[in-house]
Design a protein around this ligand. Structure first.
Ligand SMILES: Cc1cc2nc3c(=O)[nH]c(=O)nc-3n(C[C@H](O)[C@H](O)[C@H](O)COP(=O)(O)OP(=O)(O)OC[C@H]3O[C@@H](n4cnc5c(N)ncnc54)[C@H](O)[C@@H]3O)c2cc1C
Length: 266
């Protein structure tokens, strides 16, 4: 049975982002105690895998690197329909930059998901937003990758027709070997979790592994293994601009549309 591996990043729930605080000394965000949710694009990645499962019998495994209090968030991925999940969690992994994160996730995939046929990621996370992790995982695994994936089609459940959507340019390619895809929200509409899914998720395997259990090189994980350093950290001072439009309704609507055009909203 072919295996799709989905990288799911638990991120601080945007509803509670006002509770995030900065640690300028360490150059990190303090996220402790803030509830997490599945990174929105990772639900789209999971939906690609679940569609392959539903139509062609693929197996779906979720992998993640996060603190242990995010297990509830990974249960949601199982409730959506994934078969099992593996979480890399260890104090030694804290403070990882994207390179150390990708090294850890690639190690976790190699340790727990052999042989895999497809690795799916979101095109970017909502909190870190670097879009670096998926291509770096591919590099560590030694397989090709495609980012900005807006469409995944297949007739036989084996050869995938992938459309990379770069807005001005669209590129479609077919491939039937293991690869990493980083998907955008255009790829599908993720399913909602239902009560049967929630009940069945409780019985599905969810295993936590530490760095040693995965067989990671301690010098390449966490803050020690992260070549990037945050030089400064600050909260931008965001001020809203307000403009009151006055006049006849037709004139106001016209001016409103022209203003929205000018700022690129329309
Ligand atoms: C210099 C630096 C220092 C940092 N220090 C810290 C720190 O101290 N503490 C901290 O919490 N974070 C820290 N981060 C952020 C952390 O490294 C990133 O959140 C993480 O590497 C993922 O990067 P991203 O969010 O930009 O992912 P992107 O590349 O934008 O994510 C793309 C996709 O990759 C997958 N993915 C990414 N991360 C994970 C994950 N962890 N598990 C599963 N799938 C994943 C998901 O599918 C996601 O949609 C730091 C980042 C940098 C650059």
């Amino acid at each position: 049975m072919p295996l799709a591996v989905v990288c799911v990043k638990p991120i601080p729930d945007p509803k509670h982002w006002d509770r995030l605080s900065l640690d300028p000394q360490k150059g990190v965000l303090r996220r402790e105690g803030i509830p997490t949710v599945i990174n929105p694009l990772d639900k789209h990645a999971l939906e690609v895998a679940l569609d392959l499962k539903g139509r062609f019998g693929w197996e779906v495994t979720v992998v993640s690197m996060a603190p242990p209090d995010t297990l509830k968030t990974l249960r949601e991925a199982l409730a959506m329909g994934a078969d099992k999940a593996f979480l890399a969690s260890d104090r030694a992994l804290a403070g990882a930059d994207t390179l150390a994160t990708a090294y850890t996730l690639a190690g976790l995939i190699e340790k727990t998901c052999q042989p895999y046929d497809l690795v799916l990621c979101g095109n970017m996370s909502l909190d870190g937003s670097t879009s670096q992790v998926a291509p770096q995982i591919a590099q560590f695994l030694g397989i090709p990758h495609v980012t900005h994936v807006g469409k995944v089609e297949t007739e036989d459940g084996r050869t995938l027709k992938i459309t990379m959507d770069l807005k001005e340019v669209q590129m479609t390619l077919t491939y039937d070997g293991p690869m990493v895809l980083a998907v955008t929200k255009e790829v599908n509409l993720p399913r909602l979790v239902n009560i049967m899914g929630i009940l069945s998720a409780e019985a599905k395997p969810l295993e936590v592994l530490d760095a040693q259990g995965i067989g990671l090189d301690p010098s390449r994980v966490g803050q020690v293994g992260s070549p990037t350093r945050v030089r400064s950290l600050f909260k931008p001072d965001i001020k809203r601009r307000r403009k009151i439009l006055q006049g006849e309704p037709e004139e106001v609507v016209e001016e409103l549309l022209s203003n929205l055009h000018q700022v690129g909203v329309l």
